[in-house]
Write a protein that binds this ligand. Structure first.
Ligand code: 5AD
Ligand code: SF4
Length: 431
């Protein structure tokens, strides 16, 4: 009889893919997924440690899991917070059965059968990269192209939770993408901390190609209609990358360009490796090359060295690039990072800057969305919503919803936009 797995995934798309790897491994041991915590034989939480809040939430959350779980069930903590806190998790939550860091998820099969198992190893072993197949969505396949991160951004904990940057061999990536396409996925979504630095280091001698060539190779796979990726680093956006991005018709015209700050001084303090001018040049060149491009970004406000003038630089970049989406955060000091002990900016000032940035961006976004009225977007439908609506993403990554049924799922259709909201475009299928 199969056993039941409850898994909660926090954090980024890498974590979503890691959870898929975990599920694939556990399926080999007869586990099935349940949404019902009380019935689960195994409860897993795949954690994120990029900011302080989710780390705090972890302990209250697993405490709540512990209260309602059935007798004899196991609880495991996986992912970035597992890497970062390690055995401290057992001390704070003695009922936890195992701890598996972000780079050790392939050991899940061993962990579930070994009391108090812990692995926070950040070494990389290619043989461990042969996971079974499990995908949450039949329409879109996440494919890891690299792991870890070599950048030493002063605020960021990721290099410590995910280790050095290593590219996954081309053949593994191509095979995974081909298999996903054969199983019906028309979109592949490439994942890595700095995807456009792909190919800089492999763990063995492998065919060496760069990210632009990888994109072109992947686009030759029949069945794949759309390619997306996250996240590229603005520093590595050379002209070859910009050209490939613009010219390859299978590459979706949406790009995540993490800005972090618009001030060259703060960018230097953050060790980002680019200036305000470089960022603006790359973003605006891309806008020129791709007329229907969506650009999203991440912004940290109130980094310890940010003054009003620096913040205004960030606002200026937002006004010039007119991002279609921003993810914005107050600086959160993370242990063992270079910025961990810098004196913090007063929280009231930090909150004011964040609100100011977000309301400015909302004005921009409302204008961008209103401009979509009457336009036609090519939408790949992926999700049934409430009230007879089906949703998908336009080629440029707008969320588009139409009246329809499951027949639309997995199909790409032209949609005429008839109504717009801040986050969603509504329309009707025209072909
Ligand atoms: N404080 C606030 N935001 C952070 N991010 C990463 N580290 C921190 C931190 N210490 C944000 C960055 C990154 C996104 C995933 O999270 O903007 O791009
Ligand atoms: Fe993803 Fe970074 Fe969070 Fe880890 S810490 S889950 S890499 S966002």
């Amino acid at each position: 009889m199969s056993k039941l797995l409850f898994i909660q995934t926090l954090g980024c798309a890498m974590n979503v893919r890691d959870s898929e790897h975990i599920i694939a491994e556990l399926k080999k041991q007869d586990y099935e997924i349940t949404q019902n915590l009380e019935n689960a034989d195994l409860i897993l939480i795949n954690t994120c440690s990029v900011r302080e809040k989710p780390v705090h939430k972890l302990f209250s959350e697993i405490g709540a899991f512990d209260k309602v779980r059935k007798k004899g069930s196991k609880i495991g903590v996986c992912g970035c917070t597992a890497s970062h806190l390690g055995s401290e998790i057992f001390k704070k939550a003695p009922f936890v059965d195992f701890v598996l860091g972000a780079r050790s998820v392939s050991k899940i099969g061993v962990a579930i059968n070994s009391p108090k198992f812990i692995s926070t190893d950040i070494n990389y072993d290619e043989s461990e990269y042969a996971f079974g197949e499990f995908r949450t969505s039949p329409y879109k396949a996440f494919v890891n192209i690299m792991i870890g991160c070599d950048k030493k951004c002063s605020y960021c904990i990721v290099p410590q939770t995910r280790g050095d940057e290593i590219s996954i061999p081309v053949q593994i990536i191509l095979n995974e993408a081909k298999k996903a396409a054969q199983n019906g996925a028309k979109e592949i979504f490439l994942l890595g901390q700095n995807v456009n630095n792909y190919g800089k280091r492999f763990s063995n001698s492998h065919e060496k190609i760069d990210f632009s060539d990888l994109l072109n190779r992947l686009s030759e796979i029949s069945g794949i209609q759309r390619i997306r990726f996250t996240s590229p680093h603005p520093l590595h956006m050379d002209d070859k990358f910009l050209r490939t991005f613009a010219e390859n018709p299978k590459i979706c015209k949406s790009i995540h360009m993490p800005l972090q700050s618009g001030s060259t001084k703060v960018l230097r303090d953050m060790k980002r490796g680019y200036t305000k001018e470089w960022y603006l040049d790359r973003a605006l060149r891309l806008r020129e090359l791709c007329p229907n491009l969506n650009i999203s970004t991440d912004i940290i406000v109130a980094y310890p060295t940010e003054n009003d003038e620096d913040f205004n630089d960030t606002m200026e970049v937002v006004g010039k690039v007119r991002f279609e989406q921003i993810f914005s955060f107050k600086f959160s000091p993370r242990p063992l990072t270079p910025a961990a002990n810098l004196p913090l900016i007063d929280d009231k000032i930090a909150s004011k800057r964040l609100t100011h940035l977000q309301s400015f961006h909302n004005e921009i976004l409302d204008e961008i969305m209103a401009e979509q009225n009457g336009k036609i977007h090519e939408v790949y439908f992926e999700e049934l919503r409430e009230n007879g609506q089906v949703a998908g993403r336009s080629f440029s990554n707008f969320l588009v919803s139409v009246n329809g049924s499951e027949e639309l799922l997995g199909k790409t259709k032209k949609v005429l936009i008839e109504k717009t909201q801040r986050m969603v475009l509504y329309g009707r299928v025209t072909d």
